[in-house]
Write a protein that binds this ligand. Structure first.
Ligand SMILES: NC(=O)c1ccc[n+]([C@@H]2O[C@H](COP(=O)([O-])OP(=O)(O)OC[C@H]3O[C@@H](n4cnc5c(N)ncnc54)[C@H](O)[C@@H]3O)[C@@H](O)[C@H]2O)c1
Ligand SMILES: [Zn+2]
Ligand SMILES: [Zn+2]
Length: 345
């Protein structure tokens, strides 16, 4: 089969690889019909993720059709359309029982990192009964690719951890796919303001279309002054960090109102300063989270009801044979205006 393989920092290619086979009784082999590329795949290609070794097939997002099931799989059969979660969960370990699938002792984020991923014709999904979701009949599979990772991430790590409530004020730093997913899912709760901050004017235009009440281009305006002006000088109740660099985390510290929450989503590689000399008396909360994908069933229902259309994230389409061009387009997002690139089998 064809698969996009990581060959060490800066190196990837579309290779011929053997089809995956059932290894454990709970495995399912899925024939991928649609997948996509995540910013995290670019992190791997930069060499930022040492747990991903050369030779690995990348990708942790996708939908497909069940091709083969292991002997312990009772809830799926060949031919079933399925959504693949970026997080693998056994459903039985202590973390899974607490709903913290991201820390599953035999799963977590392994797909396209510690085990071969979804940017291929077929993928092996371990603990399939608790890591795959059936796609209800009549649902648009394209839209559901956004439910493997980005929507649960924006919703769980940003909106739920950030305690977004009716009438509250929200700022989201970073209008990439994750920040935009937080923007879309924050609107479930009717906050009074959602202020998007980025330095990419195109992404801010998208944010405006997706329902932001205000957009601040940090290349043009000072985000702290602008947010204070919009919030009667108090700051916001919820500030979501969706970039992953010290500068933007420290910006969140400057934007949070007394009693508010900083919900960190970004993956950080270096130390960010925590200004306790300013924050110690402000009754704030700081949260961090690796997406658990516990909200996936809920998000599926919301998409099915028509109240959320994740398809609006798709800006480009490619065939699997063109995945190298897809990577090129996605990695030059500032020029190509790419948000999510859809890769079809
Ligand atoms: N916690 C989790 O489970 C989880 C899951 C998936 C992704 N992530 C992380 O979430 C973050 C966002 O992901 P993404 O795919 O949307 O990334 P992305 O790189 O596509 O988007 C980041 C956005 O931040 C903007 N930006 C960069 N520097 C800025 C600055 N100094 N000021 C203002 N804006 C700035 C960029 O213009 C871009 O639009 C990444 O760090 C990613 O690794 C976390
Ligand atoms: Zn991802
Ligand atoms: Zn587990």
């Amino acid at each position: 089969m064809k698969a996009l393989v990581y060959h060490g920092p800066g190196k990837r290619s579309l290779d011929e690889r053997p089809m995956p086979t059932i290894v454990d009784a709970g495995d399912v082999i899925v024939r991928i019909t649609r997948t996509t590329i995540c910013g995290t795949d670019l992190h791997i290609l930069k060499g930022d993720v040492p747990s991903c070794e050369p030779g690995r097939i990348l990708g942790h997002e996708g939908v497909g059709i069940v091709h083969e099931t292991g002997p312990a799989v009772a809830t799926f059969k060949p031919g079933d359309p399925v959504l693949i979660s970026c997080i693998t969960s056994c459903g039985q370990c202590e973390y899974c029982r607490r709903g913290m699938y991201s820390h599953c002792t035999t799963g977590g984020w392994i797909l396209g990192c510690r085990i071969d991923g979804t940017q291929a014709e077929y993928v092996r999904i371990p603990h399939a009964q608790t890591s795959l979701y059936p796609i209800p009949a009549g649902m648009d599979a394209e839209a559901l690719v956004m439910l493997s990772d980005i929507l649960p991430t924006g919703f769980e790590c940003g909106v739920l951890n950030g305690k977004v409530e009716p009438g509250c004020t929200v700022a989201i730093v970073g209008a990439g796919p994750i920040g935009l997913a937080a923007l879309l899912s924050a609107q479930f709760y009717s906050p009074a303001q959602i202020i998007m901050i980025d330095r990419d004017a195109n992404r801010l235009d998208v944010a405006q279309r997706f329902g932001a009440t205000h957009c601040i281009d940090s290349n043009v305006d000072d985000p702290v002054l602008s947010v204070m002006k919009l919030t009667d000088n108090v700051g916001v109740d919820c500030v979501i960090e969706a970039v992953g660099v010290p500068e933007t985390f420290e910006l969140c510290e400057a934007l949070v109102a007394p009693g508010g929450t900083i919900a960190n989503v970004g993956v950080h590689g270096v130390t960010a300063s925590l200004h306790l000399e300013r924050l110690w008396d402000r009754n704030i909360t700081i949260t961090t989270r690796l997406v658990d994908t516990v909200s996936t069933p809920r998000l599926l229902k919301i998409v099915r009801s028509g109240k959320l259309d994740p398809k609006q994230m798709i800006t480009h389409r490619f065939k699997l044979a063109q995945i190298e061009s897809a990577y090129d387009t996605f990695s030059r997002a500032a020029d190509t205006h790419a948000l999510k690139v859809l890769i079809e089998a």
